[in-house]
Design a protein around this ligand. Structure first.
Ligand SMILES: [Zn+2]
Length: 181
C-alpha cells in the first residue's frame, strides 16, 4: 500500500464514521493558532481540537514572519467577508467571547538546528542577519514572548487577544508563557 492508498483508506473511514458538515468557515472557538510544522506538535492533537474549532497556520518554528502577518491579515479579511455575508453573527454561540491569536512554540524545535544558517534564517524572517539574535532561535520561551510582542506591535481588530504557549515534546504538556492580553 502506498501513501496515497493508505490516506485514501483513512479518508473513507473518516467520511463514513466521523464526518459532519460544518455550517461556517469561522472557527468555533474564535481562535487562530500559529504553530510549527513539526509532526510531533500538531495543535489538533496536542490541544484536543475538533473539526472547525480553530484556524491554524503552520510553518518552521511556528514563527511570526512577515509572511505570517500577511496571512493573518488575509484571514481577518475573509472573516469580515464571511460575517457580512451571513445572516447572523457566526460562532457567537460558542464558549469564547473574544477572538484569540495563540503563538505555540515547542521544545527541541528543528529551527535551532539552523542556527549556523544565518542566510536561510534572514530570508525566512525577512530581516538582516545582524538582527537574528532578536529571534531567539534556540530559546523557545523567549521566542514565544518575542513573537507575541511582534503581533501586538501591529494593529489588531478590536476584541482580539494575543497569547503565547510552549509545548514540551518530552511530556506532552503546554505551558502558558504569555497570558491573553
Ligand atoms: Zn519546531
Amino acid at each position: 500500500m502506498n501513501i496515497i492508498e493508505l490516506l485514501s483508506e483513512r479518508n473513507r473511514q473518516f467520511a463514513s464514521t466521523e464526518f459532519a458538515p460544518l455550517p461556517s468557515l469561522m472557527p468555533q472557538l474564535k481562535t487562530m493558532i500559529i504553530a510549527c510544522a513539526d509532526p510531533r506538535v500538531n495543535p489538533t492533537h496536542v490541544l484536543g481540537l475538533k473539526p472547525g474549532e480553530t484556524a491554524i497556520i503552520r510553518n518552521v518554528g511556528g514563527r511570526v514572519t512577515p509572511n505570517v502577518l500577511r496571512e493573518i491579515a488575509m484571514l481577518q479579511a475573509i472573516g469580515r467577508a464571511e460575517s457580512s455575508s451571513s445572516s447572523g453573527p457566526s460562532g457567537s454561540a460558542g464558549p469564547v467571547s473574544t477572538f484569540n491569536l495563540i503563538v505555540l512554540h515547542h521544545t527541541d524545535c528543528g529551527i535551532a538546528r539552523l542556527e549556523a544558517r544565518r542566510d536561510l534564517l534572514a530570508t525566512f524572517f525577512e530581516t538582516p542577519e545582524s538582527t537574528l539574535a532578536e529571534k531567539f532561535i534556540s530559546d523557545p520561551r523567549s521566542s514565544v514572548a518575542a513573537d507575541v510582542a511582534l503581533i501586538s506591535a501591529n494593529p489588531l481588530p478590536p476584541g482580539w487577544k494575543v497569547s503565547g504557549m510552549l509545548y514540551d515534546v518530552k511530556n506532552g504538556l503546554v505551558e502558558t508563557i504569555v497570558p491573553p492580553a
